[in-house]
Design a protein around this ligand. Structure first.
Ligand code: PMP
Length: 330
């Protein structure tokens, strides 16, 4: 019988698809690693599985225990699916600016979601950070994965994403491009590809303009899931050869083109990573193989990136237009 024992065995082994249209005028091969094929719809299923399995092995997560993590997005979905299949409870803590759709997805998978006010200082007892720390202390057998500092986040990519790319390209990959959030994807995948190629594969990080990874101040930007205002320990900055900063407008316009021209309905950090990949590929020749990782699906962004009014409000539809800072000031 051709069956999978549970959704867990569908994590990873995602397809690599050639980009044919947005690459016009580029002679290098540009391939997309499409992570929405994971069962929870994003790259984060990989880290959820690895972090949970490692905590089971170390005894940090005991049978019937509870996973507590401050997350509202893709990591929560991955953790919720793996947890329910393995008999753990999940409590996620998120700020009240998170859309009800995202909260409802987590609840649909059986997780409990605690919503905290955004408009309080980080030191306030009701802040998102303090509530998650308090829950970890108060709930018996609670365990907090902490994707920003957990070494099993990058390790999951070292063990799965990296080897998959090397095998899928028959060792012909020359450049790997990925957005940087926690830094887990680029650090783990990049380290594997460097080791297996004796340093030949170049590793390129894509970052929203304003984020610290590309030298920004941490000023606001709208692309979700990438960029930071601090340096997480999951990010190994010795692995990246180059960081490319991309504006919100370029990111979102490319995200729309990927749906219209490549049949890829993906999220805004995917458009951002593709812009960075194309900027790199423009400098390269026909023997180069650039792989860009696309973390999630566009379904979660229909009322933003794929909504003309929202795009127009920020001036993202026409050339020129207001910056995010200008719009936020209104
Ligand atoms: N894009 C999206 C939509 C994400 O949720 C994340 C994870 N924060 C990333 C990109 C970046 O991945 P990483 O945390 O591995 O750097």
């Amino acid at each position: 019988m051709r069956i999978h024992d549970s959704m867990i065995s569908l994590v990873g082994d995602t397809p690599l698809v050639r980009l044919n249209n947005v690459t016009e005028g580029i002679s290098a091969t540009v391939l997309a690693k499409v992570e929405y094929f994971n069962p929870g719809g994003s790259v984060k299923d990989r880290i959820a599985l690895r972090m949970i399995e490692a905590a089971e092995q170390s005894g940090e997560l005991r049978p019937g225990g509870t996973i507590v993590e401050p997350t509202s997005g893709n990591t929560g979905v991955g953790l919720a699916i793996v947890a329910q299949q393995k008999g753990y409870k999940c409590v996620f803590v998120c700020p009240d600016k998170v859309s009800t759709d995202k909260i409802n997805v987590l609840r649909a998978y059986g997780a409990e979601v605690v919503v905290c006010p955004t408009a309080v200082d980080p030191e306030h007892p009701d802040s998102y950070y303090n509530v998650s720390d308090r829950l970890v202390r108060e709930i018996p057998d609670a365990w907090k994965p902490d994707q920003y500092s957990n070494p099993n986040n990058p390790r999951s990519h070292y063990e799965t994403t990296g080897p998959e790319l090397w095998e899928q390209t028959d060792g012909r990959i020359t450049h790997f491009v990925a957005g940087v959030g926690t830094g887990g994807t680029i650090s783990g995948t990049g380290r594997y590809l460097k080791e297996v190629s004796d340093g030949a594969v170049k590793i390129v990080g894509a970052d929203p303009e304003g984020s610290v990874y590309s030298g920004g101040s941490g000023r606001p930007y709208l692309v979700e899931g990438v960029g930071e205002d601090f340096w997480p320990s999951a990010y190994d900055r010795t692995v990246t050869d180059e960081i490319v900063a991309v504006s919100d407008k370029d990111s979102f316009q490319m995200t729309r083109r990927l749906a219209k021209e490549e049949g890829l309905l993906v999220g805004g950090s995917c458009g951002m990573a593709v812009v960075a990949a194309l900027r790199v590929a423009e400098r390269l020749g026909p023997d180069d193989v650039v792989v860009v990782l696309l973390p999630d699906s566009g379904r979660g962004y229909l009322s933003k990136i794929f909504n003309d009014e929202w795009m127009a409000d920020y001036g993202f539809l026409e050339s020129g237009g207001a910056s995010v800072a200008e719009v936020l000031r209104h």
